[in-house]
Design a protein around this ligand. Structure first.
Ligand code: ATP
Length: 328
């Protein structure tokens, strides 16, 4: 719950045009490794922004800086126009953060954990109990409240973890891969709650590797790779701009070079991807063209225009000059 008197709250009342979250030219190094190299993101109230990118792209680093858990080396994070640097109390008050690693106490029950995190964010007494009941109902874990965390399954813990982050009705919610390891029911409950919270005006930054979740959430997408924003936009616009169909062939061992003339293709380990308008017919042509290598073929996947093809196209573009080849 938001209390009065903070700079963020004061600013919110004086200007309605400011974005909820502004991330500007954010940079972060770990020793010699550049994890973020000038990231800009804007998020409006009620918007879900999905952070997509391969392992090590910088998504967790970005979220942890927004949550004031880590410090940036350069750049700014503003909430309602207020710079959050050194404003840890306000960050905690207005931002809910469910990091990738579970940050709950294993010996405490689910209820005790939620009371602890709720009190940390300023909730007390009847209001705290009301919020716990509400969130437990929405995420369907009322039956788990009395159980110690360490005796819950991974998916059950995920629900408590997400609940702890949003108990205090933060204006901005940071969810770092909240559904990893969750079963279908938990995933559905989390996605439904994210949709409801966004409809109520909460801004949500949502890191995931599951592209279908992004489509289901109807999110604005920010693709990050090697600490930089590669592309951003609404799912529909990104698919229109970058989406391409392809056929993806997975081999036992290294994928062979594509034998098709005129095709644009790339090899990434055991996977050969051929970008083409008609993946079904091209799949047959590719198999015919690789002769004996076809005996090592494990799987053929036809990729239609969708977020996955956008992802592949963007990643493919990054391979240019590397392992991607286009036969004359
Ligand atoms: P994933 O999808 O695997 O969760 P990510 O996009 O969240 O990845 P980060 O965890 O932000 O990526 O990591 C970005 C880069 O920074 C990686 O190269 C990673 O190895 C490095 N890194 C992350 N945390 C540390 C740390 N504490 N010390 C040193 N390097 C780190």
């Amino acid at each position: 719950m938001i209390t009065t008197g903070s700079a963020v709250e004061a600013r919110r009342h004086t200007s309605n045009d400011l974005p909820l979250l502004e991330i500007e030219a954010l940079e972060k190094r770990y020793g010699g490794r550049e994890a973020l190299r000038g990231v800009d993101i804007v998020l409006e109230p009620g918007q879900v922004v999905a952070l997509l990118g391969p392992n090590g792209a910088g998504k967790t680093t970005l979220m942890s800086i927004v949550a004031s858990v880590r410090r940036a080396d350069a750049g700014r994070v503003r909430l309602d126009g207020v710079d959050l640097t050194n404003r840890h109390a306000e960050s905690r008050q207005h931002i809910g953060y469910a990091p990738q690693e579970l940050a709950l106490y294993p010996n405490l029950t689910a209820l005790q954990n939620l009371v602890f995190f709720g009190e940390l964010c300023g909730l007390r007494g009847r209001e705290l109990r009301r919020r716990i009941e509400l969130v437990a109902g929405a995420l369907r874990f009322e039956h788990l409240l009395a159980r110690p965390l360490q005796r819950l399954s991974t998916g059950e813990k995920k629900r408590i973890h997400a609940a702890a982050a949003l108990l205090h009705q933060p204006r901005l919610l940071l969810l770092d891969e909240p559904t990893t390891g969750a079963d279908i029911e938990t995933r559905a409950a989390i996605l439904e709650l994210v949709t409801t919270l966004a409809a109520e005006g909460t801004g949500i930054l949502y890191a995931t590797h599951y592209l279908f979740e992004v489509e289901e959430l109807n999110a604005r997408v920010v693709f990050i790779e090697e600490g930089m924003v590669l592309a951003e936009g609404h799912v529909v616009d990104l698919v229109r701009e970058h989406g391409a169909s392809a056929v993806e062939l997975t081999f036992d061992g290294s994928a062979p070079d594509c034998g098709l003339e005129g095709a644009r293709w790339q090899v990434n380990g055991s996977v050969l991807t051929v970008f083409c308008a008609e993946p079904a017919s091209v799949a047959a042509e590719v198999i015919a063209s690789i002769d004996d290598e076809a005996s090592r073929l494990l799987q053929v996947e036809l990729i239609r225009p969708g977020l996955d093809s956008v992802y592949l196209a963007l990643r493919g573009r990054r391979f240019e000059g590397g392992s991607e080849r286009s036969l004359p």
